[in-house]
Design a protein around this ligand. Structure first.
Ligand code: MLT
Ligand code: MN
Length: 310
C-alpha cells in the first residue's frame, strides 16, 4: 500500500504569489472556488498510515503540516509522524522548509551528494542538529528503503535518477556556459514504491526534457506526478511578469509540440498529474480552456490536500 498526499501543488512562490497582482491571483485572494490557493511544491507518502516521508520541504511546510491531520503530532508532548525528508533538488521551494523542522525532532534527510554539499555550504541548515537529524546520501539508480533516524524502514522505497534540469537559481554560475554549471545530481526524479513493489509511482516535480532514459523508466507506469510549471515556454514573458522562458528555468512546458502532453502520448502512463504549477500557468484555474485541454489529454492538475491510494 502507498498513500500519497499532495501537500503543495504550486511551484516556487505559490498561488497566489505574494507580489502577484494579476487576474488569477486576485481570484485566488477573493476565494474564487475555481482558483483555489496552492502552497509550494511538496508531497507526503506513507506505506503504513503511521510514518510519513516528505518529498521536498517547501517554505510552506509549517502550514502544510497544520493543514493535514495525518502530519500532526499524536504521541506525547513532542512527536511527529514525519520520519524522513527526501529532496529532489536544492531549489529554494524544496529546501527552505527544512528550517521549519529544526526543533530537536529526529528524522532522516536524504539527498544526492551534490544537494547535500549545497546544504553543508549553507550554515543556516546547521539548525538541523546532527544529533537529531541524520543526513544520508541518496544514490542514483539504486533503490533503497527510506529509514527513519533510528534506522527503521518506513516501507517506502525510493529510486532516484538524474533528469535534465538546472542548478538552483542561487547557485547559477554565469561563467559556466549555457547550463550555468548544472550537474547530473542537481535534479532527480524519483520512483516511489511500497516495500513489496505492489504499488509504485513516479514523482518528477522538475524536468527540462524527456530523455530516452526517463521515457523508458516512466513508460507504462500506473501514476506519474510531473513538472507542470508552465503552460507555454514564453508565458511569463508574454504576460509581462518575467524575462525567462521555461527552458531557461529548467522546465519543459505543458503544451506545444515539444511539451509534456505530447511527450507522454506514447508512454502509456495510466494516471498523469501535474504538480509544481507556476502562478502564471492557466491550468491552475478550473474554468480555463487550458485546464479543459489537459483533461482532454488525460491529465489532472493536482490540488493541495489531494490524496491518492495505490
Ligand atoms: C524552479 O523550480 O525553477 C525554482 O524553484 C525557481 C526558484 O528558485 O524560485
Ligand atoms: Mn521550483
Amino acid at each position: 500500500m502507498l498513500r500519497l498526499l499532495v501537500l503543495g501543488s504550486a511551484a516556487g512562490g505559490g498561488f497566489p504569489q505574494w507580489n502577484s497582482n494579476d487576474a488569477a491571483s486576485k481570484r485566488a485572494r477573493a476565494k474564487d472556488p475555481a482558483a483555489p490557493c496552492r502552497t509550494q511544491s511538496s508531497l507526503a507518502v506513507t506505506s503504513d498510515d503511521r510514518r510519513w516521508v516528505i518529498f521536498n520541504a517547501s517554505p510552506d511546510l509549517r502550514q502544510q503540516i497544520n493543514d493535514n491531520a495525518a502530519l500532526h503530532p499524536s504521541n506525547g508532548l513532542r512527536h511527529s509522524p514525519i520520519a524522513a525528508v527526501v529532496l529532489t533538488n536544492g531549489d529554494v521551494d524544496h529546501v527552505v522548509g527544512l528550517l521549519t523542522l529544526r526543533e530537536s525532532q529526529p528524522f532522516s534527510l536524504y539527498a544526492t551528494e551534490r544537494v547535500l554539499s549545497v546544504l553543508r555550504a549553507n550554515s543556516i541548515f546547521n539548525v538541523l542538529n546532527p544529533e537529531y537529524v541524520e543526513r544520508r546520501r541518496m544514490p542514483l539508480n539504486q533503490p533503497f528503503e527510506v529509514c527513519d533516524r533510528a534506522g527503521d524502514g518506513t516501507g517506502v522505497v525510493v529510486e532516484a535518477f538524474a533528469v535534465p534540469g538546472k542548478v538552483a537559481l542561487y547557485l547559477e554560475d554565469a561563467s559556466a556556459g549555457a547550463n550555468f554549471g548544472s550537474r547530473p545530481e542537481d535534479t532527480v526524479g524519483l520512483r516511489i514504491a511500497a516495500r513489496d513493489n505492489a504499488a509504485q509511482c513516479f514523482y518528477v516535480p522538475g524536468c527540462a526534457a524527456l530523455t530516452g532514459d526517463v521515457e523508458d523508466r516512466l513508460a507504462g507506469a500506473p501514476l506519474v506526478l510531473f513538472d507542470g510549471t508552465l503552460w507555454r515556454d514564453d508565458e511569463m514573458i508574454v504576460a509581462g511578469v518575467g524575462t525567462k522562458t521555461g527552458r531557461r528555468m529548467g522546465h519543459m512546458s505543458v503544451s506545444g509540440p515539444d511539451g509534456t502532453i505530447a511527450a507522454f502520448e506514447k508512454l502509456g502512463v495510466k494516471r498523469k498529474i501535474f504538480v509544481h504549477m507556476n502562478n502564471s500557468n492557466p491550468i491552475l484555474l478550473a474554468d480555463s480552456p487550458e485546464r479543459a485541454a489537459i483533461a482532454q489529454a488525460g491529465w489532472e492538475a493536482a490540488h493541495d490536500g489531494m490524496e491518492i491510494r495505490l
